[in-house]
Design a binder for this molecule. Structure first.
Ligand code: CP
Length: 306
């Protein structure tokens, strides 16, 4: 594990190790407070972010390290036409490890071929978001006590939502996982993902159009935002953006131990009244993101011999 580009770069054993380490960090914060003294993390964000960038930066600071970087392509030399390859080659001279978000699918993969420092994909277009997946897996494991024997509803923009793509891939390797995809026809999971995850028939999924018809069966409900920035026209976005709004009324039929996740940011898809329901895990999930990124930074630096 020199870089983390795709959730499938990690074996199930490596994921378990990272989640165990994150659990230990949560229990013993002081033990890790100097582990990255003298080390630098660069956050290269060519696309907006609140949680991912700031949790990476907080993670490195809590490990005793330092951070540098930029939060938009406008404030980097990308605005002058510099290539991703040149950018990461140069930043490798300044930082020990790089977290990178880019609107183009595959940009972090290309970066990993050129950079001397380990590259972490912090989200590439509508493709993958592996550190969100680690966050989601840590949250599910902490909330449910397991990563197997789960019925998981994925709801919203399953076409463009990279978090859900990465989660489906990662969860497909655990036993007795049943996915229920809840989306309008226009936002169903992409064909390449169906081919990659479901074509061998070992894992099944259902496709439905409403939350109501399945909510009583779910152990986990993974809500997602309709990804305005990936639509080709605004009219389609406006037509589809409020297809699903989870509220307390809809939750009446849900299991008492349902876990509601959302990678955030949310727009309208979860009513704020749900925030007070103990089954709403999304703010705990955002916090878990910092701890699992601490674990990942430690592992990648160790692997790189830094
Ligand atoms: N979940 C997530 O990726 O959030 P940000 O876009 O704020 O980083």
């Amino acid at each position: 594990m020199k870089h983390l580009i795709d959730p499938m770069d990690l074996t199930v054993e490596e994921i378990d190790e990272l989640l165990d380490l994150a659990d230990d960090i949560i229990e013993n914060r002081e033990k890790y407070s100097k582990k990255c003294e003298g080390k630098k993390l660069a956050t290269l964000f060519f696309e907006p972010s609140t949680r991912t960038r700031l949790s990476f930066e907080a993670a490195m600071m809590e490990l005793g390290g330092n951070v540098l970087g930029f939060s938009s392509s406008d404030s980097s030399s990308a605005a002058k036409g510099e290539s991703v390859a040149d950018t990461v080659k140069v930043v490798s001279c300044y930082a020990d490890i790089i977290a990178m978000r880019h609107p183009k699918e595959g940009a972090p993969c290309l970066a990993s071929m050129k950079a001397d420092a380990p590259i972490i994909n912090a989200g590439d277009g509508g493709h993958n978001h592996p550190t969100q997946t680690l966050t989601d897996l840590l949250t599910i494991r902490r909330e449910k006590g397991r990563l197997d024997n789960l019925t998981i509803g994925c709801c919203g923009d399953l076409k463009f939502g990279r978090t859900v793509h990465s989660l489906i891939k990662a969860m497909s390797r655990y036993a007795n996982i049943h996915f229920i995809m809840i989306s309008p026809q226009e936002l169903e999971i992409p064909d390449y993902l169906v081919e990659e995850v479901f074509s061998d028939g070992k894992l099944q999924y259902e496709q439905v159009r409403t939350i109501d018809e399945v909510i009583d069966r779910l152990d986990v409900l993974y809500m997602t935002r309709v990804q305005r920035e990936r639509f080709f026209n605004e009219a389609d976005y406006i037509r589809l953006k409020d297809t699903y709004i989870l509220d307390t009324k809809k939750l009446k039929k849900a299991k008492a131990d349902l876990s509601i996740l959302h990678p955030l940011p949310r727009v309208n898809e979860i009513s704020v009244e749900v925030d007070d329901d103990p089954r709403a895990c999304y703010f705990r999930q955002a916090l878990n993101g910092k701890y699992v990124r601490m674990a990942l930074i430690l592992k990648l630096l160790e692997e790189a011999g830094k």
